[in-house]
Design a protein around this ligand. Structure first.
Ligand SMILES: Cc1cc2nc3c(=O)[nH]c(=O)nc-3n(C[C@H](O)[C@H](O)[C@H](O)COP(=O)(O)O)c2cc1C
Length: 333
């Protein structure tokens, strides 16, 4: 089977058809940019609460920001109220957002309690009303998509019928994570559940769950018949995964994995970019992002575990920088 080199979502062209997943607390502006640079075909923001956007909370509005110019990105919104969700879509459109995705897969307790995220898969009426409200509130040129799970639990694997309803309501693509709500992040994502949605709808389906290599991305696409693949956890501290996927989908030679020098260069560049971007962002949030990101990026280096323990105790960026220098000096030649 020939691999697709691109995927169209509305007027947007994603090449390769490999996308960085939305992840709260992870897919920050800097994370998205580094995956875009490495070769992701598109990226998703963290989920943005429509209740917060509705009240113009600055941290929610800041998440609308584009990564690199010219790189497709989706703003993901979450909520249970069609009116608030419609308003958020309108706000996003007025701020230049080019793609809006609706979260119908988050299993977090507080999200479910509010009737949003994967709770919407048990309330298709409301879910469809949300898609219609979002669709009606943004210009036709802005694609509206949904991200769902396989279902609530093994006894209610309703993704195919549910996806069809969302498409009828106005969604022009569907991402499916092949786990149920009951699984949260345990067990395995089941490609069969994704393939069932591919068979049920006539819009592009993006397959998601447990992709941790270019080979796994290719295999998930082939097994499900999906039009694209989305990668979540395996991207943590590993933008190079998108370079490998890009090569695989575009038929280019596989890039060499990064050596220690490339990892240190990337760690320092990320450190500087987090500090320098978004001047209004609180310093403690920037420090946490630096700590998390550098801990992930160092995980495969000798001494990475000791570094990780120390970096989370570092009181400020200067202390983190000193730890990076120390780790680099300790590398075997
Ligand atoms: C820390 C974390 C945060 C997440 N936040 C979101 C989110 O904001 N919106 C969403 O639709 N999914 C969210 N997800 C789910 C991922 O987008 C993805 O569906 C899931 O991790 C499965 O893909 P993976 O196996 O490649 O990680 C989150 C997952 C994790 C681990």
């Amino acid at each position: 089977m020939t691999l697709p080199s691109m995927l169209r979502v509305g007027p947007l062209t994603l090449s390769p058809p490999v996308i960085l997943a939305p992840m709260a607390g992870v897919t920050t502006l800097v994370m998205r940019r580094s995956c875009e640079r490495a070769g992701a075909g598109a990226t998703f923001t963290e989920m943005i609460s429509s209740a917060a956007a509705f009240r113009s909370v600055p941290s929610a509005l800041a998440m609308f920001e584009r990564g690199l110019p010219g790189k497709p990105y989706a703003v993901q919104i979450v909520g249970a109220d069609p009116h608030e969700m419609g308003y958020t879509a309108h706000l996003a459109a007025s701020r230049g957002v080019e793609w809006i995705d609706i979260n119908m897969g988050c299993p977090a307790k507080d999200i479910i309690r509010s009737g949003s995220g994967v709770a919407l898969m048990r309330d298709p009426e409301r879910a469809a009303a949300i898609v219609r409200a979002v669709r009606a509130s943004a210009p036709d040129t802005i694609p509206v998509t949904v991200k769902i799970r396989a279902g609530w639990d093994e006894a209610s694997l309703n993704a195919p019928g549910f996806a069809r309803r969302m498409v009828d309501a106005g969604a022009c693509a569907v991402t499916v994570h092949g786990r149920t709500r009951a699984q949260v992040f345990t067990g395995r994502s089941n490609p069969e559940h994704i393939a069932a949605v591919v068979r049920a709808v006539d819009v592009p389906v993006i397959a998601n769950g447990d992709v941790d290599s270019a080979e796994a991305a290719v295999s998930l696409l082939q097994r499900t018949g999906a039009a694209g693949v989305m990668i979540g956890r395996a991207s943590w501290g590993n933008p190079w995964l998108f370079a490998a996927c890009r090569a695989a989908f575009l038929g280019e030679p596989a890039p060499l994995p990064p050596d220690a020098a490339a990892r240190f260069a990337a760690m320092r560049a990320t450190f500087a970019e987090i500090l320098d971007s978004q001047p209004d962002r609180p310093a403690e949030l920037k420090l946490t992002e630096i700590q998390k990101t550098l801990a992930w990026m160092s995980s495969s280096l000798p001494g990475g575990r000791v570094f990780r323990n120390a970096v989370f105790r570092a009181p400020d960026p200067a202390a983190v920088r000193a730890l990076v220098d120390e780790l680099e000096r300790a590398q075997p030649i």
